[in-house]
Design a protein around this ligand. Structure first.
Ligand SMILES: NC(=O)c1ccc[n+]([C@@H]2O[C@H](COP(=O)([O-])OP(=O)(O)OC[C@H]3O[C@@H](n4cnc5c(N)ncnc54)[C@H](O)[C@@H]3O)[C@@H](O)[C@H]2O)c1
Length: 323
């Protein structure tokens, strides 16, 4: 049994991570300021399983206290998404830089065994070269990408300067249960599902030919677990993705096929700082971490739809084999 501090542990990926850790018999401290995180996703745990500390990652003292006695620190607290960062670059950069510096300092001072950072494919920016490999020079295209890269730089500096074992996971487009469906900062898959459940056409920004590499949250959770213990992972960055991509109109076609619908998207102007294409090379994560994405796009969409249907209490026709 190990003890984990999960910052951002009340958020989408964080709550999936907490669930898997508790199921594996580990203890968790969730550190979150609940600006986006949801208490209801944590309410069913015993206090001996999950301790909740409400705090901002920019509050170094409280964060350090929360890290006391923990073996691993998984740092996921951050202001999520490109559009939000375009609206308020200061907030995104401040939480990423000061928050990650505080989390790394807590890891150093509390003698944490390993620090794992949720970075993003946004660090690659708009270069047309695909697939993205970890050896490529990062060139963020958005304030969000720049913020994520600062976090990676700090993690590397703490590895080289203080010998703290740090691992950075560059997450591509994560989707699955518990992603908030109802706000502007949410990911594309949750927005699509939410619109379809309400009988509305999903909004597509730009021409819909842009592509994304979607990875199911259960695969991301597994990547975090592997990153905590894999030998030779310290000081490294890894792409965490499915290794295949789909265009946005192609994604809508998958929904139409699965649900036997003929929905067309509602096209809107392209958003600033959104990259055109995204696809990961995942060989490094396979070789060093032993990472293997297991949930394919069709299976992942059906699982996510089932969860949203239960959570939102909406009725939607799903493929017969999945209900
Ligand atoms: N979801 C994705 O597709 C994706 C892709 C790449 C990287 N990431 C990164 O992974 C991390 C988790 O993403 P998510 O999708 O679960 O997002 P999320 O918004 O659901 O979770 C982030 C959590 O951090 C908390 N938080 C934000 N600012 C905080 C602060 N100052 N102090 C304490 N808590 C704070 C929020 O309340 C929330 O619970 C984020 O850093 C995000 O940038 C996510």
């Amino acid at each position: 049994m190990a003890k984990y501090l999960v910052t951002g542990g009340a958020g989408f990926i964080g709550t999936n991570l907490v669930e898997a850790l508790v199921a594996g018999g580990d203890k968790v401290v969730v550190y979150d300021d609940f600006r986006r995180g949801q208490r209801r996703n944590l309410q069913d745990y015993k206090q001996t399983e999950v301790r909740i500390v409400e705090g901002d990652v920019r509050d170094a003292k409280t964060l350090k206290r929360a890290a006391k006695g923990c073996d691993y620190l998984l740092h996921l607290a951050g202001v999520t998404g490109v559009p939000r960062s375009v609206k308020d670059p200061h907030e995104t950069l401040e939480v990423s830089s000061i928050g990650t510096l505080n989390a790394l300092t807590a890891a150093r001072d509390m003698k944490i065994k390993r620090f794992v950072y949720a970075s993003s494919c946004a660090v690659y920016g708009e270069s047309p070269i695909l697939p993205k490999e970890e050896v490529m020079l990062p060139a963020p295209y958005s304030p969000y990408g720049a913020a994520m890269l600062i976090g990676e730089d700090l993690a590397r500096v703490f590895y080289t300067t203080y010998r703290i074992e740090t691992v950075c996971l560059r997450l591509f487009n994560v989707y699955g249960p518990r992603e908030k469906p109802d706000d502007d900062d949410t990911g594309l898959m949750a927005r699509f599902i939410s619109a379809l459940l309400q009988g509305k056409p999903p909004q597509i920004y730009g021409d819909g030919k842009q592509s994304r590499d979607f990875v199911h949250v259960s695969d991301v959770v597994e990547a975090f677990r592997l990153a905590c213990t894999a030998p030779k992972a310290e000081g490294e960055v890894f792409n965490i993705a499915s290794g295949s991509r789909v265009s946005i109109t192609g994604l809508l076609a998958v929904f139409n096929q699965l649900l036997d619908l003929e929905v067309t998207g509602e096209f809107k102007d392209a958003r600033p700082a959104d990259v055109r294409h995204s696809l990961a090379e995942t060989i490094k994560a396979q070789e060093v971490l032993g990472f293997r994405p297991r949930v394919g796009l069709h299976e992942g969409i059906v699982k996510a739809m089932l969860w949203y249907r239960r959570a939102l209490g909406k009725s939607v026709k799903l493929p017969r084999s999945s209900t």
